[in-house]
Ligand binder design. Structure first.
Ligand code: MRU
Length: 351
């Protein structure tokens, strides 16, 4: 499996996703601020992967803490959590992972654990978040493959693959599972301006596994659907609101509208940690606006004339009415999502 992120003795190692596919370089983060910077600058990206990185970053930060006594240690812990929370606003997995780390910390603190014991507890929790994410991706793949027929031509947007998770991927996990079942699958990867996650990362992941992959610019998706060259769409998600409205990489909304126009199934694959029942609908999802340079430049080359205004919202919201099903580790959820999403969590609480 692809080495997205790994916790070693005194550092967190991540493959530098800004450099792929030209170079396979690994970044070593030795402190919590280094991890926060890696998340902010997209060394690591993708909602579940960001959550895992933040959890490891908190564990690493507390291992390095020089706090004297448990009270100071708790202050340091809160600061480290705040540092991670300030990295990127849209993917809810980040906040979900931080909350889990906070719960682990308070359980240990209530049990009277020493700072050393708390560090051990935090490391275990971060490792559990990592391991569960891989297992969830495999489970999503199993459920999602059922709706991918043999011979399907699948369009995906951005990168919801092994690189965007702890491994295996959500949308690409569905594709991988279908391929593992022996189905002949052809993937169309939207290039995904401006960061090119589709052209660079999705294509890199799939091609190295021998999966039939065609890169297209986003403007080609609609015409290819009209020409009958796409059978279904599977994408990932950064935050799914209580009514099923889904934030994902900018461009997803346009693909969803196009899919509806051409009567094609449009699936979102995401773990339950991406579902945020406390956000009522898509209008309440914070959308990150990133540096204008990502749009105005390609590497060092300027694409736009100086003086042109630039916008760079990194995500958009697809209203729930465009979504055929939400593929989770617990099965595929169907409309009405305000009911099925709640039920998925109610079952989880009973399990
Ligand atoms: O800005 P990014 O690259 O972090 O955005 C990633 C996406 O939008 C993914 O589709 C989403 O996080 C799902 S990853 C399994």
């Amino acid at each position: 499996m692809l080495p997205t992120i790994d916790l070693q003795e005194d550092a967190i190692i991540m493959v530098d996703q800004r450099k792929l596919p030209a170079q396979e370089l690994y970044v070593r983060c030795r402190t919590a601020p280094e991890v926060a910077k890696a998340i902010r600058t997209m060394v690591i990206r993708g909602a579940p992967a960001i959550g895992v990185a933040a959890a490891y970053g908190i564990a690493l930060g507390m291992k390095r803490s020089t706090a004297k006594g448990t009270r100071q240690f708790a202050v340091d812990f809160q600061k480290t959590c705040d540092l991670m929370a300030a990295t990127r606003p849209t993917a809810v997995n980040l906040f979900w992972a931080i909350d889990r780390m906070k719960r682990a910390f308070s359980e240990g603190a209530q049990a009277g654990e020493s700072p050393e014991e708390l560090v051990m507890r935090l490391q275990h929790e971060a490792q559990a978040i990592h391991d569960e994410d891989v297992a969830n991706c495999r489970a999503m793949g199993g459920h999602g493959a059922e709706v991918v027929p043999d011979g399907a031509r699948v369009l995906t947007h951005c990168n919801a693959g092994a690189l965007a998770t702890a491994g295996y991927g959500s949308a690409l996990g569905v594709i991988r599972a279908a391929v593992e079942q022996g189905k002949r699958i052809a993937v169309f990867a939207d290039e995904t301006r401006p960061f090119l996650q589709g052209a660079r990362l999705t294509a890199w992941e799939l091609v190295r596994e021998g999966i039939n992959t065609t890169v297209i610019t986003e403007s080609m998706a609609g015409p290819l659907m009209r020409a009958g060259e796409i059978d279904l769409v599977v994408v990932g998600a950064d935050r799914i609101a209580a009514n099923g409205d889904t934030a994902n990489k900018i461009g997803t909304y346009t693909v969803a509208v196009m899919a509806k126009e051409h009567n094609l199934p449009f699936y979102v694959a995401a773990p339950l940690s991406t579902i945020d029942l406390s956000t009522p609908d898509g209008d309440h999802i914070p959308i990150e606006e990133r540096d204008q340079r990502e749009v105005s430049h390609l590497g060092a080359s300027r694409l736009t004339p100086a003086g042109a205004h630039i916008r760079n919202p990194a995500f958009d919201v697809t209203p729930h009415r465009y979504i055929t099903g939400i593929i989770t580790e617990r099965g595929i959820l169907h409309p009405p999502y305000s009911k099925s999403l709640k039920q998925a969590f109610a079952h989880l609480a009973k399990a």
